[in-house]
Design a protein around this ligand. Sequence first.
Ligand code: ATP
Length: 450
Amino acid sequence: MIDGKSTLLPREGPLNGEEFAGLMSAFTFPRAPLRLGLAVSGGADSMALCLLLKEWIDAQGGNLFAVTVDHGLRSESEFEASWVGARLAFEGIEHQILNWEREPGAKGSIQVQAREGRYQAIAKWCEANEISYLALGHHHDDQIETFLMRLLRQSGADGLAGMSALRQDDGGLSFVRPLLSIPKNRLLETLRNRGWGWIEEPSNHKGDYLRNRLRQHLPVMERQGLKGTALTRINRNLGRIRRNLEIRTNNFIDRCVIINSVGFAEIDISESTTTNRDILARALEKVLMTIGGGNYSPGLVKVDRLVEDLLSGSEVKSTLSGCQIIGSIEKITVVRETRKLPQISLKSDSEFLWDNRFYVHIHKAMEDKGLVLQALGERGWQKLCEANPLLKKTGVPFDARYSLPAIFLGDKIITVPHLEYLDPAWIDKLPIKIRFNPKNKLIQHAFTVA
Ligand SMILES: Nc1ncnc2c1ncn2[C@@H]1O[C@H](COP(=O)(O)OP(=O)(O)OP(=O)(O)O)[C@@H](O)[C@H]1O
């Protein structure tokens, strides 16, 4: 395992192929030929990783595909991205530049948007190129700086556990970070030793970035006895705790969580006296992200508060993360709130995700009649029941009905597939399939290995 090995790694000197192969042996890749992606900014970290990966993949068989995102935030960025392309072409490495543009009218931190945009663009590029493993150049110093930043933000144990060497996103793309145990000075030495250049990002030295300020203070902390090795140990111990909790959480999800394909979830807490509160909070967090359709966790602090109420034995009705949570002694039901659900105009031969919960596929050409996919809503449900009273007997729980996907033409409801309702005039005229998102977070049990 990476944990065991890295403590024995030298602290100085360039990395050689053998040492790097040792780092890579911690990952299990599918059988050759491996198509490995690499996100390369042109900075020293990712350039060193590029050099090492190229040799490693040539030796073991497979192909390396590199990608650079040009954020266009500095006047030199276009030149830098093409410099990377030329340098990699010289080494025989396939490389592509993706351009990122800020959405018009977007507010908030441009750095955060650029980072999110970068990950989205790279994930899309990976999908298009059939790449399911993407290497990133994060290294040991990044890990220490991230730990200190999160300490300042009073993060919980999960945040303090730091970045994982292997993490899979909801779309099935795995991020691989082989250099997490390697200090930056060794990456610089590796590049110098091999005559490779790199781009020095001016923002890496700006004192107004917390990360940079912490980096500058690290030697002072070391002198006071707060050594990097001690921080690494804490970081790793927490990583181990996080992994154990994750395994137990996934076991609990397997046993006690049912995700209904109609788009709601039920958590069995009938054995709540033996249910560990931390495990339930983690499971509930995943359920909320699955049903709420959001990409971000509501944060364990809020979920933990909710769990306290849910385990108190009284009936609970609450909202969090775009979900409504209904708790009884026996079970917790999580349904989607009907607020802010998307409305999408249907187009021929298209596929898309609706509310991150449902995969929609229009598999044939269809006349553009102005059909719109949106939530059924309370009014829609009532209208439907007035005309078809038998629908009231549906097995779909009451709270989950309003957020079902429904196709409307103006005010008229054309179909609600999960209620098996279809306007008779539209029989054989709707070449559409709507099913629960197969890339759903809980179905896939996003896993992490530190
Ligand atoms: N513009 C870019 N194009 C392609 N890859 C990039 C780019 N910027 C960063 N990366 C990749 O991400 C890694 C981490 O870079 P950096 O620490 O600057 O990113 P970050 O924004 O802090 O990301 P994170 O928050 O995930 O740490 C780099 O080593 C590289 O692999």
